[in-house]
Every structure is written in structure tokens, then in C-alpha cells.
Design a binder for this molecule. Structure first.
Ligand code: AMP
Ligand code: MG
Length: 486
């Protein structure tokens, strides 16, 4: 038998196939991660590594090098993506100023995902920024995105956070870090605004065909495929924003460059979960007008989708008036699509298996009662699944109980439905801050690890969850502010 002497290096299992860089060159700039002084893997997501078909142990062993910037995973070909965007309503040319797409990994099951670094140094799109990220905000993205995934909300994922051993200058000096983000793609509404701004129909069409191939391949052969694609993008956003509202999530900076065509939540900056229910809730320090307030998110999603439709208008029809009419008719479906998703979710949270006309009003009355009482959004919803709902509105309770009794499913089944749709645990701001403080100031990762463990099972009733279910002390919650961290 033939003797094999060569020692194969242990493989992590990356299988890169980088299609984005085969698109026209205007869509990207070359890039390379900055070398860093003393990379240290702070957290590596073993479960996600396994889902991606990677060897988690080997990945963890080399993450400091290959996901910190000093080396690259085998097959990676970094580029900075070009895009534009409406930021708080104003159009700007942007691009990856502190991120690099390493390429696309294809899992053994054939799923294609983007692998990107965030905080990996300057690019051609950095403008005045330093291209870096601080450890706190990168861990925050890690925690919140993984929580969203466990809640069942489509989202980009976080594979690792590597501390760079270098300081970044913000309001004060902070430890630097690089996050590895996994996404269905990084195609944004703003990517199409960029292509439209170039006024190059060939570029726009190439990009659109690429997006369809990645996220809506089934539409490729259909008549009016670009109109069908617009409809599919609209439908995904309607579903996504309904899911945000159902779990109390506030994105915080829904600029068009932060809205992904895949329908995943992307770009965790000043996002946060609401404690006390109030649709006007805003946490972001830069959102002074409340543009991205909790209850405004459906309207903003539609506003962003209008920008998307404008960008792709030439693809919808050769004659502009006809293209506009097609876009308008697709966009007009958004409010109803959102309402449908939202109402379906509310029914599940109320324990309802079937539909009755009054269900919307019943849910609205519940939300109003919560608002009047300054009730905790998560805990009040969750309490409906118990024998002692935490809402002292007898009239509402009587109506709801009567409604439950009109369906054939027993109360236990309704309670199980409610438990599966109203989480016990969300990443509460004070708990996230506590974990970040321990990790970035004291180097103690155990607080974050316990939090992540609880967040990975948000719908379970287990005693270990108790500390994570408590709303913040009132003095903490009122002044809570989130920052972009740029
Ligand atoms: P964001 O608010 O994180 O979505 O970022 C908006 C734009 O600013 C994007 O083009 C980012 O790449 C860019 N950006 C954010 N932070 C930095 C930074 N520290 N250095 C360079 N560019 C940045
Ligand atoms: Mg962004």
C-alpha cells in the first residue's frame, strides 16, 4: 500500500466560493484587514460554527489569528463593499468603512453565507473614520444578534469577537475588537441605491440578477421577475418588522444601508429591547426626532422600501409611468402585509388558534392597558401564559377568557402556544450592560456566558432564568441611552 507521509494541516472546514467579487468592479474596493498587536479570541460561537459545518475546536484555536486580522481563513478574499444609503432621511454615498467581506462560505448542506469582519481597519470608504470597533459594541452585537436568533427572528449571526490588544479612541480610550459576522448576504437597500446613483443600467441589472439568484432563485424564470422580486423583498420586511414588534425590539438606526434584502436584521448599533411598553420608545442618543421609535418601525420600513423601488425602477418596466404604477401597487401591499403578520403573531401571543373579527381590537385593548399602566412588555405578555395574568383590567380579562373559551383547544394548549410566542427572557439593557462591563473592564467573561446561556433558551421556564426576567430598577431604565459606537 502506498505510504502517505504528508501531514495535512488540521482543517477548520472553510469552503469559500466568492461570487460577489465576480460582479462589476464598481461594487467593491480591494481591502485587507489591519494587522493587530495582541489578538485574543474573547468569544467563539461553537454552535454556529457547527451549523456552518466548521470544526468549532479548530476554529476557536486559530480565531485570534484568522478572525482578528493577522491572517485570513483559507479561501478568503477580502473586499470592502460599496453602497449608499439614506441616513435619517438624507442620501449619502457610504460603503464598508470598517468592515470587510471575506467571501462566501458554502456549508456542507449547500447554504451560502457571507463571512465578514467588522472593525478590521480602514478601507477606501472610511472617510474620516478609523475603521475600528470597540470591544463593548462588538460584544453587544454578538449578544443581541444571538438572542434574536434564539427568539426566532431572522438575523445576521455572530461567529466570534476577537480583542485586538489595541486601544480605539472614542469619547475615551476603549479596547478594540473585531467581530465576525455571518449573513445570508450583505445586499442592502443601499447597495441598490448605490447602483442607481451610478446611472448604469447594466450594473443595476447585474446586481439585481445576483440578488435574485441569492435570495429568490425561484423567481429567476418568471415573467416580470423584477416586480415579483420587489414583492418578495417587501413581504420579507413586513414579516421581519412584525417580529421585531412582537418581541419588543427597537433597531435604532433603520437607515436604508442597514436594511438587508435577505430579510435578516442587520447592523446592530444602538438597538435595544423595550422594558416598559410605550410605542414612542427611543433609546438611540442620535435619534432625537424619534424617527426610529418602536412604533414607527413599520412606517420606516415602508419608507425604505420606497427608496428601494425607486432604485430599481428602470428594471420594473421600460416605460417609466408603467414602472411607477407597478412599484406603487407592490408598495401599497406593505401595510396590509405587515398588519397580517402582526395580527397573526398577536393571536399566538394571546393563545388563539383561530381567527375572529374582534381579535385585533382585543389585542389593541391589551396594549393600551399595558401602556396606561406602564407595564413591562415582555413580562406582561408572558404572564398571560400563566394562571395569574399580570394585568389588572377585569373587563379585558373577562373578554379574553370568553374568547379563549370559544375555541376548541383546551387552556393548556393555549398556554403552550403563548409560551412559545412570548419569551420569558430577552436581552434586557441592564443585563447586557452588566455583562459588557465585566467583559471589557474586568476581563470577566462569566457574566456574559451566563447571560448568553439564558438567551439561548428564551421560551423556556427554568429557575436559572429568574434573574434575567426582572425589569431594570426604575432609575436605570428611564435614562437608558444607546450609542452607535462609531
Ligand atoms: P453604521 O451606522 O454602523 O451603519 O455605519 C454607517 C457608515 O459609517 C458605514 O458606511 C460604516 O462603514 C461607516 N462607519 C461606521 N463606523 C466607522 C468607523 N469607525 N470608521 C470608518 N467608517 C465607519
Ligand atoms: Mg450600517
Amino acid at each position: 500500500m502506498e505510504q502517505k507521509n504528508e501531514v495535512t494541516a488540521p482543517r477548520v472546514g472553510w469552503r469559500f466560493d466568492n461570487t460577489y467579487r465576480r460582479l462589476p468592479a464598481e461594487l467593491r474596493a480591494p481591502g485587507a484587514p489591519a494587522k493587530v498587536r495582541a489578538p485574543r479570541a474573547v468569544v467563539v460561537n461553537h454552535a454556529l460554527a457547527q451549523e456552518l459545518g466548521l470544526d468549532a475546536e479548530r476554529l476557536a484555536a486559530e480565531a485570534a489569528e484568522t478572525l482578528g486580522g493577522n491572517a485570513l481563513p483559507e479561501g478568503a478574499e477580502p473586499i470592502a463593499q460599496a453602497y449608499a444609503g439614506h441616513q435619517f432621511g438624507h442620501f449619502t454615498m457610504l460603503g464598508d468603512g470598517r468592515a470587510l467581506l471575506l467571501g462566501e462560505h458554502v456549508t456542507p448542506a449547500g447554504k451560502r453565507v457571507d463571512v465578514a469582519l467588522k472593525g478590521s481597519g480602514r478601507t477606501q470608504f472610511s472617510r474620516r473614520g478609523d475603521g475600528r470597533a470597540a470591544l463593548g459594541p462588538m460584544l453587544r452585537e454578538y449578544i443581541v444578534s444571538e438572542a434574536m436568533n434564539a427568539l426566532g427572528v431572522p438575523t445576521t449571526r455572530s461567529l466570534a469577537v476577537v480583542a485586538t490588544g489595541e486601544p480605539v479612541m472614542r469619547e475615551s480610550m476603549l479596547p478594540g475588537a473585531v467581530l465576525t459576522r455571518i449573513a445570508a448576504s450583505h445586499l442592502r437597500v443601499g447597495t441598490f441605491e448605490y447602483a442607481a446613483a451610478r446611472r448604469d443600467p447594466v450594473l443595476l441589472r447585474a446586481l439585481a440578477d445576483y440578488a435574485i439568484d441569492r435570495h429568490d432563485a425561484a423567481l429567476a424564470g418568471s415573467d416580470e421577475k423584477y416586480v415579483a422580486w420587489l414583492r418578495a423583498v417587501i413581504a420579507r420586511q413586513a414579516s421581519l418588522v412584525a417580529k421585531w414588534l412582537l418581541c419588543g425590539f427597537i433597531h435604532g438606526v433603520m437607515n436604508t444601508d442597514n436594511m438587508a434584502l435577505s430579510g435578516e436584521t442587520i447592523d446592530y448599533g444602538p438597538c435595544a429591547f423595550m422594558d416598559t411598553y410605550d410605542p414612542a420608545t427611543v433609546f438611540s442618543s442620535i435619534d432625537q426626532q424619534g424617527r426610529y421609535a418602536f412604533g414607527n418601525q413599520p412606517r420606516i420600513a415602508q419608507w425604505n422600501l420606497i427608496r428601494f423601488a425607486e432604485a430599481i425602477l428602470p428594471l420594473l418596466h421600460d416605460e417609466e409611468p408603467r414602472a411607477v404604477a407597478l412599484a406603487e401597487s407592490a408598495l401599497n401591499e406593505f401595510p396590509a402585509a405587515f398588519e397580517q403578520n402582526w395580527l397573526a403573531g398577536l393571536r399566538r401571543k394571546l393563545g388563539l388558534f383561530n381567527a375572529e373579527d374582534g381579535d385585533g381590537a382585543l389585542a389593541e385593548a391589551f396594549l393600551s392597558a399595558m401602556k396606561e399602566r406602564g407595564a413591562d412588555y415582555t413580562n406582561t405578555w408572558r404572564s398571560l401564559a400563566t394562571d395569574t395574568p399580570a394585568i389588572d383590567d377585569q373587563e379585558w380579562l373577562a373578554k379574553w377568557r370568553a374568547r379563549l373559551s370559544r375555541q376548541s383547544e383546551p387552556l393548556e394548549a393555549a398556554q403552550a402556544l403563548m409560551r412559545a410566542n412570548s419569551p420569558a427572557v430577552i436581552p434586557r439593557n441592564h443585563r447586557v450592560e452588566e455583562a459588557l462591563a465585566a467583559a471589557s473592564q474586568g476581563d470577566d467573561l462569566s457574566v456574559m456566558e451566563r447571560l448568553l446561556a439564558a438567551l439561548s433558551r428564551p421560551y423556556d421556564d427554568v429557575p436559572e432564568h429568574a434573574p434575567y426576567r426582572e425589569p431594570p430598577p426604575s432609575d436605570v431604565s428611564c435614562g437608558y441611552r444607546t450609542f452607535c459606537g462609531t
